[in-house]
Design a protein around this ligand. Structure first.
Ligand code: G6P
Ligand code: MN
Length: 445
């Protein structure tokens, strides 16, 4: 099996390779092709992977290239984890929005729209090339904003593109743990869009255990989302929201905290990773040691961030590594070996959520096997959740329209219709500021 990783020089690639090294099963990945636009990043990450493979028998062979078409040829799986504009782009997305007094964040609100406008044209080009050079490959999309980008790619690849995120799994795991349930036995009834979903139930052997959580203030206060949203609000909702909904339900507090912060998350990671890539390029030292140290530092900041913004305690060790590489591996296994499994994924709706059309990409539990990912029937979302999901999907559709046509009016509409942008005037100023700072938005006439 050959896996091609787009964004192959990315900082999280060693997590994926580490997961592959632990896979000894039939039909496992034996070859990894790294693709990146940047030679230096490829070199650094190749060095890390080389050190990771030391002493592992039959470690997947790694090659690297900056030629996209060459990277795609012969791929069974294409894993897309690119960041158009890099971390500098992310920092700019965050900063411009915060300067306008609205949320500046990687994937949510104005920042996420700017990121989407930059990324969709690139993702569409990749999808077209996959269709041409690797028409039978499965594309696993981790590129953010993951739901929107998966939808853009699905217009060219149909259901052969599947979007992944680690946040629903992490949330399900944390709820299972407070309830004293084995996460592997639990069915997590989660539905919505990427970074905009709710856990409505957690069933073990057909019995919903979630009411037990809502009935117990001690349990409610003992996990991350309980502290983040507060027990009262969770009880009012009757569901546990994805942590990203904090930006909606506590928008003023989020914006204020981010405006007061010394540095945005993107700026912090930009500086931190610049140091790592410089270190890892030094052939005299261990690239793996440099990577490990940087990763540990980054994880420590998750804890610090949570404590500041939410008064939350520390995440447990196994949650810290995110776990998206585990989702990717579980998905590849289920498809390659036809091992039926249920995973929360970003796929075309096909009637699952009645308020959305069939082609809208949603994030829901799916049955996965060799024929792909099939959304399971889901209970309807309550009115307030449907309202948010349909509003944000309408925004995504304007981003897709703008990316396809180059229409500035569509781009303004995307910003203006977002629930976290409170004025059309602000939307216009946001687009002006983003086009001034991102050369890749020059296509918006
Ligand atoms: C989670 C989300 C990703 C997001 C990441 C940001 O893993 O699921 O979609 O990109 O957090 O984390 P970072 O460390 O880059 O701020
Ligand atoms: Mn995500």
């Amino acid at each position: 099996m050959r896996l091609t990783i787009l964004g192959g020089g990315g900082f999280r690639v060693p997590l994926v390779y580490g997961a592959l090294l632990g896979d000894r099963g039939e039909g496992r990945v034996t070859e990894v092709v790294l693709h990146d636009l940047d030679d230096r990043r490829l070199y650094a990450i190749s060095r890390v992977l080389h050190e990771q493979a030391a002493g592992v028998p039959d470690a997947p062979k790694v090659t690297a290239t900056t030629d996209l078409d060459e990277a795609l040829l012969g791929a069974d799986f294409v894993f897309s984890a690119i960041r158009v504009g890099g971390l500098q782009g992310r920092a700019d997305d965050e900063r411009v929005a915060l300067a306008e007094g609205v949320l500046g964040q990687e994937t949510v609100g104005a920042g996420g729209i700017a990121y989407g406008l930059r990324t969709v044209p690139v993702a569409v080009d990749i999808a077209r090339r996959v269709a041409r050079h690797a028409p039978d490959a499965w594309v696993i999309n981790f590129t953010n904003p993951a739901g929107l980008v998966t939808e853009a790619m699905s217009r060219h690849l149909g259901d052969r593109v599947i979007g992944i995120c680690d946040s629903p799994v992490g949330l399900g795991r944390r709820i299972a743990r407070v309830l004293g349930v084995d996460p592997r036995e639990a069915f997590v009834d989660y539905a919505g869009l990427n970074h905009l979903g709710w856990v409505r139930g957690l069933r073990v052997a057909g019995r919903d255990e979630l009411p037990r959580l809502f009935a117990d203030p001690v349990l409610l206060g003992s996990f991350e989302e309980g502290r983040l949203f507060g027990a009262d609000w969770l009880r009012s909702l009757g569901a546990v929201p994805n942590e990203y909904l904090h930006y909606y339900y506590f928008n003023r507090e989020s914006v204020r905290a981010y405006r007061e912060a010394r540095q945005t998350r993107g700026a912090f990671l930009r500086d931190q990773q610049a140091r790592f890539y410089a270190e890892a390029a030094d052939a005299g030292g261990s690239a793996l040691a440099a990577w490990d140290r940087t990763r540990a530092e980054r994880e420590a900041t998750y804890m610090a961030e949570n404590r500041e913004t939410a008064g939350a305690g520390e995440r447990e060790e196994e949650d810290l590594s995110g776990g998206y590489e585990k989702v990717a591996l579980a998905l590849m296994r289920a498809v390659a070996r036809d091992e039926r499994t249920t995973l929360i994924l970003n796929v075309r709706n096909r009637g699952t959520l009645a308020a959305l059309d069939a082609d809208a990409v949603v994030e829901v539990p799916c049955l996965v096997d060799a024929s792909g990912a099939h959304p399971l029937a889901a209970d309807p979302l309550p009115g307030h959740a449907t309202a948010l999901v349909t509003a944000v999907k309408a925004v995504e559709r304007e981003v897709l329209a703008a990316a396809a046509s180059g229409s500035r009016a569509s781009a303004v509409k995307a910003f203006a219709l977002h629930p976290l942008v409170d004025s059309v005037t602000v939307a216009r100023r946001l687009l002006d500021a983003y086009t001034a700072v991102h050369p890749s938005l020059a296509y918006l006439a």
